[in-house]
Design a protein around this ligand. Structure first.
Ligand code: 3EB
Length: 335
């Protein structure tokens, strides 16, 4: 079952969507003034002194030294509000919250606190609409049954977001670091305008997953159509319906991920008729790969499956179900 979603009026309005790019940042490089956020991976020192820089301890396996830059469409204002730091232009806001799990009573309580804080911050912001969230935590598969950390994270996130309507959930990614630091990192993109959340016809909506996957279903949308020109697809794995497919077979999981990504893209394109919007140079893929040694095989397989010009970054990470070997997210812009 997927929800039928119509484009909300604001999504039909042409406004300047932020531009996303993968770029090499030099070690001492100052971030350009029009940057909303720079996400830096692994232990690189790039951009470190700047409050707009977000460091994620996931080792790059492909695309070393690339940072993900979110460029604003106008003057950028930066600020802090309690645990939240943010940068915004007139239309979009990038926010970050990082909590030490030990200071908030564990992971579930930290996730609840993080999302409650985000919800409150957003509700008072000129950019109230949450579009996309990234969640990084250590040891995502640690713990068994309902105590598994990903499930605890989902429980806290669901509580923190409150009884919010599923139609308000952002697109998301939640993957595991291996740095042993009990730190929950959440960063997000919000807008003055609502986006159109999309589901994937091949998959059960995550917020309707059955009980066996945890005490609270994951609160996210499969994708967010930010504007006519910008689609943000959530972390996408080898899941059909609600079940994991192809345990133990990486290339089959990659193909299933791509089938899911294409299904979401086709669904998005059906909502914005007139032009075809295939993958291209403005498609940025981020691949989370469990097995470090499989990076070469993964890159080779992706090169066969994705069009030339599509750009990707491979990061070593744990995926939220232990049988999943890979997860792929995409920012798809054009024009
Ligand atoms: C899945 O489809 C795979 O909990 O925020 C993908 C993207 C996944 C986001 C999240 C989880 C999340 O269920 C896992």
């Amino acid at each position: 079952m997927t929800d039928t979603i119509r484009l909300q009026p604001a999504t039909d309005v042409s406004f300047a969507a932020p531009q996303v790019d993968y770029m090499v940042l030099g070690p001492q490089a100052a971030l350009p003034p029009d940057v909303l956020a720079a996400v830096v991976f692994g232990d690189s020192d790039a951009g470190l002194a700047d409050t707009r820089c977000i460091r994620v301890h996931l080792d790059p396996l492909w695309g070393h030294g690339l940072a993900e830059l979110w460029r604003a469409a106008g003057p950028v204002v930066t600020g802090r509000d309690g645990a939240v730091r943010f940068a915004a232009d007139a239309e979009h806001l990038a926010g970050v919250i990082e909590l030490d799990e030990r200071e908030h009573g564990g992971l579930a309580a930290s996730a609840e606190r993080a999302y409650e804080t985000i919800r409150r911050f957003q509700s008072q912001s000129p950019h109230p609409h949450l579009l996309r969230a990234w969640n990084y935590l250590d040891g995502i598969n640690r713990g068994s049954a309902d105590e598994e950390r990903y499930k605890q994270f989902c429980l806290g996130r669901a509580r923190g977001l409150g009884a919010g309507l599923p139609l308000r959930y952002p697109a998301a990614t939640a993957v595991g670091r291996r740095d042993g630091e009990p730190r929950l990192q959440v960063f997000w993109l919000a807008s003055r305008y609502p986006g159109a959340p999309l589901e994937n016809p091949r998959q059960v909506s995550a917020y309707r997953y059955p009980r066996r996957y945890g005490p609270a279903a994951p609160s996210f949308a499969r994708a967010m159509l930010v504007s006519q020109r910008l689609l943000m697809i959530s972390g996408t794995a080898s899941i059909v319906g609600h079940a994991s497919h192809h345990p133990g077979c990486l290339t089959a999981q990659i193909d299933e991920c791509i089938a899911n990504l294409e299904s979401v893209l086709a669904h998005a394109n059906a909502l914005r008729p007139g032009t075809s919007h295939g993958w291209g140079e403005r498609s940025l893929f981020k691949i989370y790969l469990r097995e470090r040694d499989a990076a070469g095989e993964t890159a080779a397989h992706l090169a066969e499956r994705l069009p030339r010009g599509a750009r990707y970054l491979i990061l070593e990470a744990d995926i939220c179900r232990s049988e999943l070997l890979i997860e792929i997210e995409c920012v798809h812009g054009h024009g």
